[in-house]
Design a binder for this molecule. Structure first.
Ligand code: GLN
Length: 499
């Protein structure tokens, strides 16, 4: 039996809560689907077969009244392998963490589990979340379910592919410069990067601590909302977490957005390729149909986003990754003395892209260069924040592309880091400024690949973001229903399913 992948999280949960279906049957179906698709996709680095079934059985034995209290009862979820989960290995896509078994569980994961969700596996990612394609995973790339010759995006490519392929209803990713939204766009799923601090980072393997944020991916806006509600809130283990839980139930799709002011970043839309431009133009018309006022907004310092991000992120990474020394975690390559042990371990354990980032970051922070690079990047970051503050005086939400173009081919950008970095041109702004942003799949283009649009809201504006996204989702071609990439013969590398 395969999972009915068009089912919403709410339907799965309520059927388990009512006892119409057992959690064991739901989780077994997800595991069967993983088995069916994994050879083609490689979305997972670790599948928790026994543990997931045992947890599901435990849930089935709980009193019905206890199960009914759990807002995610029996929901199969996949977790990016840079979020720790006690009892399972965590690699963060790196050889340097091979064999590492964390003794604790990330708060985001623990919250899902406490709500009754069942983690079916840990998903593939670019090493330490550095990348836009999962090709920098030390364990081989994930393939895009719409076309296995293409990348699923990154760094949360495994999570996005897992959801798109219906092997999990929801997945967790992390977004430092676009790593939830860009793979969501490439795989045709919804991805939310919450406000910096709205979801705890405790137990997330640190990449760039002032930018990192945990976020959900799912097939629909309402599924993302359901999970976000469980994730958000203060965590005493993360000093940067904000005391801002979701109050009440998140609204379902409104049929009107009268009075809502939407700002279109016309400059970014113009930079995108034809398929993305069309998606943004259609979304703009849909917003107008809903009664929203759509006006143009400018982010005059937007072009400094990529250079600022690629200084700040590597600078913080060079410091965060100093802890992988061969003594405390995972891999150890011996040497004659401890200095040689560090060198040997880091030389063997880190991949090319991670080494490039450590070098970039160390250089940018070096005495004599600090003012010229790191300080300049921080100034650009502040100017960008001013741009958004200015824009949000005139509008309630910002509409832009998520990515310039649909998913690229495996290998296409691997030899040219600069072109890979350009993938993030429309997503890094939200990270540099801490703002919440969401990627919404728009339509399957003539090429057979999904396109997407991005919505950005002011600080702590997730509720508004989800509201507008739900309204838009209902009006996109096909509405909430979305084609299954694996349902038609498109996974042999020849292009994907057509609607
Ligand atoms: N692609 C970006 C990078 O390589 C963003 C990664 C992320 O958000 N984790 O740094």
């Amino acid at each position: 039996m395969s999972m009915r992948e068009a089912e919403s999280a709410a339907v799965v949960v309520s059927s388990v809560q009512r006892g119409d279906r057992t959690a064991v049957s739901v989780v077994s179906a997800a595991l069967a689907r993983i088995e069916e698709t994994e050879l083609r996709l490689h979305a997972y680095l670790h599948v928790r077969r026994e543990a997931a079934l045992a947890e599901a059985a435990r849930l089935d034995h709980e009193a019905p009244s206890a199960r009914a209290q759990k807002p995610l009862a029996g929901l199969p979820v996949a977790v990016k392998d840079n979020l720790v989960l006690a009892g399972a290995p965590t690699t963060a896509g790196s050889k340097i963490l091979e064999g590492y078994h964390p003794p604790y569980t990330a708060t985001a994961v623990a919250r899902l589990q406490a709500a009754g969700a069942i983690v079916v596996g840990k998903t593939n990612l670019d090493e330490f979340a550095m990348g836009s394609s999962t090709e920098h995973s030390a364990y081989g790339p994930t393939k895009n379910p719409w076309d296995v010759a293409r990348v699923p995006g990154g760094s949360s490519g495994g999570s996005a592919a897992a959801v798109a392929a219906g092997t999990a209803v929801v997945a967790l990713g992390s977004d430092t410069g676009g790593s939830v939204r860009q793979p969501a766009a490439f795989c045709g799923v919804v991805g939310l990067k919450p406000t910096y601090g709205r979801v705890s980072r405790y137990g997330l393997v640190a990449f760039a601590s002032s930018l990192d944020q945990v976020g959900p991916l799912a097939r629909t806006v309402s599924d993302v909302a359901l999970v976000f509600q469980v994730l958000a809130g203060r965590d005493p283990h993360d000093a940067t977490s904000v005391d801002s839980p979701v109050v009440g139930r998140l609204a379902t799709a409104p049929s009107r957005l009268a009075g809502m002011r939407v700002g279109l970043v016309a400059e970014q839309a113009d930079q995108a390729g034809p398929e993305t431009r069309q998606a943004v133009a259609e979304a703009r018309l849909a917003l107008m149909d809903l009664g929203a006022d759509v006006v143009d907004v400018a982010l005059p310092h937007g072009r400094y986003g990529i250079p600022a991000y690629y200084l700040v992120a590597p600078a913080e990474a060079s410091s965060n990754l100093a802890r992988y020394d061969g003594v405390r975690y995972g891999l150890r390559v011996a040497g004659r003395d401890v200095a040689e042990l560090y060198l040997n371990t880091r030389g063997a354990g880190f991949g090319t892209e991670v080494k490039r980032r450590i070098l970039l970051g160390t250089f940018a922070l070096a005495e004599g260069y600090y003012d010229a690079y790191y300080l300049k990047a921080m100034q650009a970051r502040e100017l960008l924040a001013q741009d958004y503050r200015q824009a949000f005086q005139a509008v309630d939400v910002i509409l832009s592309p998520t990515v310039p173009d649909p998913a690229f081919r495996l290998g296409e950008k691997l030899a040219d880091p600069w072109s890979m970095y350009q993938s993030d041109i429309m997503t890094v702004g939200a990270n540099l400024t801490g703002l919440p942003a969401l990627s919404l799949p728009w339509r399957v283009a003539a090429s057979g690949l999904p396109t997407a649009v991005q919505l950005t809201a002011p600080w702590l504006g997730e509720e508004r973001l989800l509201l507008v996204a739900a309204a838009l989702e209902a009006l996109r071609p096909g509405g909430e229903a979305w084609p299954d990439p694996l349902a038609s013969p498109g996974t042999s590398g020849q292009g994907g399913a057509r609607p």
